[in-house]
Design a protein around this ligand. Structure first.
Ligand SMILES: [Zn+2]
Ligand SMILES: [Zn+2]
Length: 189
């Protein structure tokens, strides 16, 4: 993922906003995560980073329109994304990078999201990467099983034809057509 790490020291106390709308960023994410997603109208995330005493408050919105292949027939299905989000990320512990030699770190370290916030090496302090949150929120906004329509008939498992557009003579879930003559048979007890 294309990362843009912003030093906490450069963020004013009343917060700063970042817009993540470069097509290069989104396309690089789709490629990295093998997401067969096509953009119909540009994806834009706006994230406000508000420093707190013990972490960062991140608030944002995300909008755009994409297509994903239908889970049943693979035809493109359209999705409009319009969502808002808010999350808090605690600061990483100071000792995270260079623990003192020979000393056990007895402090319980709060888990934090390393793709989103990090303790930079060489005393550069804490940095935040709002792009990671934009990508997380985008992934969450997508359907788990995209469908072109609720009633999509899907592809025929035998010949591969799209059953929304054409009919085929393959054996359906009813079973083998050669057994059709036996289907009316009533077994007497
Ligand atoms: Zn479909
Ligand atoms: Zn078929």
């Amino acid at each position: 993922m294309m990362e843009t790490w912003i030093p906490l020291a450069s963020i004013p106390a009343d917060g700063a906003s970042y817009t993540i709308d470069s097509p290069e960023f989104w396309n690089a994410c789709f490629a990295e995560f093998n997401l067969p997603c096509k953009v119909l109208s540009p994806i834009a995330a706006t994230i406000t980073v508000l420093p707190q005493e013990d972490g960062l408050l991140l608030m944002g919105s995300l909008a755009g329109k994409v297509t994903l292949p239908c889970n049943r027939c693979t035809e493109p299905s359209e999705y409009t994304i319009a969502t808002t989000f808010e999350t808090f990320e605690g600061f990483p512990p100071d000792t995270f990078f260079l623990p003192a030699k020979g000393e056990e770190d007895e402090e319980v370290q709060d888990p934090f999201d390393e793709t989103l916030i990090r303790q930079a090496a060489h005393g550069r302090g804490i940095e935040v990467n709002p792009s990671a949150l934009a990508w997380q929120e985008f992934s969450l906004a997508l359907p788990v099983k995209p469908l072109c329509s609720e009633g999509c008939h899907g592809l025929c498992p035998t010949c591969g034809c799209n059953k929304n557009h054409e009919a085929c003579n393959c054996a359906g879930p009813e079973g083998d057509p050669r057994l059709a003559s036996l289907r009316g048979l009533v077994i007497k007890k």
